[in-house]
Design a protein around this ligand. Sequence first.
Ligand SMILES: [Zn+2]
Length: 328
Amino acid sequence: MRSTTKRKKSKTSSNINTSSTHTSNLLRIPLETFLEICKYLTPVDLLSLSLVCKTFYIDLCCGDSITIQEIWRQSRLTYMPFREMGPPDGMNEREYIRFLIENKCYFCGSKTRVTRIYWERRVRSCIKCFKDNTVLEGIDNRVKLILQRPFLQNGSLSNRFWRDQVEAKYAELCSIDIKDQNEWIYEQYQLSNDLQREIAERRREDVLSRENQRSQRIQSISDKLDLMCEERDENGSEKYQRYLLERCPSLCKCYTYERPFSERGWKILRQKLIKEYPQAEQSSKYLMNDDTFDSDDVGYDSDEIHIDDMSDDSKIFFGSGSYRCMIQ
Ligand SMILES: [Zn+2]
């Protein structure tokens, strides 16, 4: 950890963006005070702060001091519901939080594709890379016995195995004397069972955390829609009706994403809703004026996003079937 003296010195010597008064102030205060402030930051804020400049990075990310690890741990426990398990072996608190938060495929580096955590391989992966890096056939049965199969979105186990794990275990097996192989397989099997139990616990947290994120997202969108419905035109009339906004295709899709709903996300969604609103209004008028209209026929079939309408990534993300939007 840097001393207070070095911390102050680094302010003048590093390429810090001095346009931010807050950044400058944070660099001027003693390290102990800076760390005290950090105790109250969310994981996302901590990650962002650690990327502001070299000094903050060193203060928050370098070394495995108990104080620093405790800051990250407390932040996780306070601000990340259902993330009570500590980091897996080999990861410190900061790496663990980053792993949980950052939607980045370990293999291709994409941040725009939907990724999922595969605990048995301890990676985040998009579905394409998952398929590219797993194998279905040609696996030694003894190796199958001691390796974990990845879970699918619906909770069932995949028939695939990670290729590098298969190759590594098979090579290890072949390097063992034949007379000792059975004993080795038994030991590995026991270890595999222990790991499977841990993975099951982590997956349970994944599911709870995802559900929580989804409900928070829906609530955030709903709050924004409420505000939008309060807008008035020049005649003082409501510009938007909630039930018509709910019929806009972009809103339906937006409900299904699981990432946090940001201000930027709202700006984009709002523009789409404004564009789609006249069509929703038109469709509504058509239905109301149609003499053959039967209210029993007004289901919300059109409000269901069918798997065939989704991108490949989304299909995997939501599994087969259709995901019903939260139409009220
Ligand atoms: Zn990928």
